[in-house]
Design a protein around this ligand. Sequence first.
Ligand code: NDP
Length: 464
Amino acid sequence: MAKYDYDLFVIGGGSGGVRAGRVAASLGKKVAVAEEYRFGGTCVIRGCVPKKLFVYASQFSEHFEDSAGYGWTVGEPSFDWPTLIANKDKEIARLEAAYRSGLGNAKAETVDSRAELVDDHHVRIVAEDRVVSAETILIATGGRPNPHKALPGHEHCISSNEAFHLAALPQSIAIEGGGYIAIEFANIFHGLGVDTTLIYRGKEILGRFDMDLRRSLHEEMENKGIRILCQTVALGVDKLPSGQRAVHLSSGETLAVDQVMLAIGRVPNTEGLGLEAAGVETGKTGEIIVDEYSRTNVSNVYAIGDVTNRVQLTPVAIHEAMCFVDTVYQGKPTSPDHETIATAVFSQPEIGTVGLSEDQASAEFDELEVYLARFRPMRHTLSGRKEKMVMKLVVDGASRRVLGAHILGPDAGEMAQLLAIPIKARLSKDDFDRAMAVHPTAAEELVTMYQPSYRVKKGERQAG
Ligand code: NDP
């Protein structure tokens, strides 16, 4: 008889957990994957996927406006929130079923329950009040929105979780935060016609991105009519008899809005998971501490994805899952590679970026060449839209290696994915220059910027 009920028990059926469970099962391992909510996890159920569908929905208002310059007359457009929600829910249910059947087809067991560690080899399946044993346990429980408990009235606010299921589209919203989620949702709500105010504690939104992108995006968002209040925080939120919320700001102003959304980061889902019982160490924010092979301090317990708070991105969790399988089941110890990760912010206009920002590069390299283009993309010529596109390459002056590429404008995310290849391959500006342009595209700018716009020497910007 086998010593354990399972070779592998995965807690959490999100992107990372499902991938690890499915691939391990396809290698003939006896696997169970437990999920307390819905298979697919944050990305599929209440993150990347429904968010992108919302982004598409919100872009139509500008598409309708832009079409006039191309000769179209469209009637007065109207938008129906319940239709969007219902169609989105249908698509999410389809994807959830695909995640589930992917596990089933690989002969992994799906367990519809919360699961908690009892000790290093035992897991309690809470819904069935049953304990099972496993040789290896993988924790992939992800994260959840920081509820901002220090904010008086935080219970009157929503997070991105609720934004996907609001019974009605608010007429006005205040969003606190200056990161991915706050920026993406500010643009979504604005595009859907909601009066939107963004509240950010720092000086400049999207602090980790290249300065030219974050400043230009800030400007474009304000030009559209989004109100952005920097160096401001909410001090308290009250629920008014009308049902509206009053947001008391550090500036002394009080906003009356239909909804307040908090997007101030996500915290690892480790509460009540039984980590102490199993002896698994966690860090300051509750994240599970792992080594370079995603192994915890307990030798048969591993953790991947957002719960480890390394890089909170779906493709990273999936990559960590594949490395886990290689390490544990394929005899090939493999560390996840967290270097040079391309990423997009689905703002409007969109951000796509890979590699070092100018600030990061100038802290590491003595001399940089910076290639910067700002132009009106062709699609905005006849539409009359004033929005500018920004493209920037940051190049090491000594080796001419392209260290970073940063794009603001339509399809920037798609471009960042392709730029990830030459930048990961450490190609040089000369390689970029040798590539023939695809004309007419916006992306051709990336291979036709022949002269640096300026140089940076020891952190100091020089004339061009
Ligand atoms: P981010 O870490 O991107 O941003 C959090 C924001 O909240 C920052 O602007 C931060 O300010 C601010 N903040 C933090 N604490 C407080 C506080 N106490 N009071 C006021 N403001 C505060 O987190 P998000 O919640 O936007 O997203 C979580 C993660 O999900 C992201 O890091 C990203 O990895 C992932 N994600 C990725 C997406 C994509 O790939 N397109 C889309 C959505 C999410 P400061 O800058 O000053 O620290």
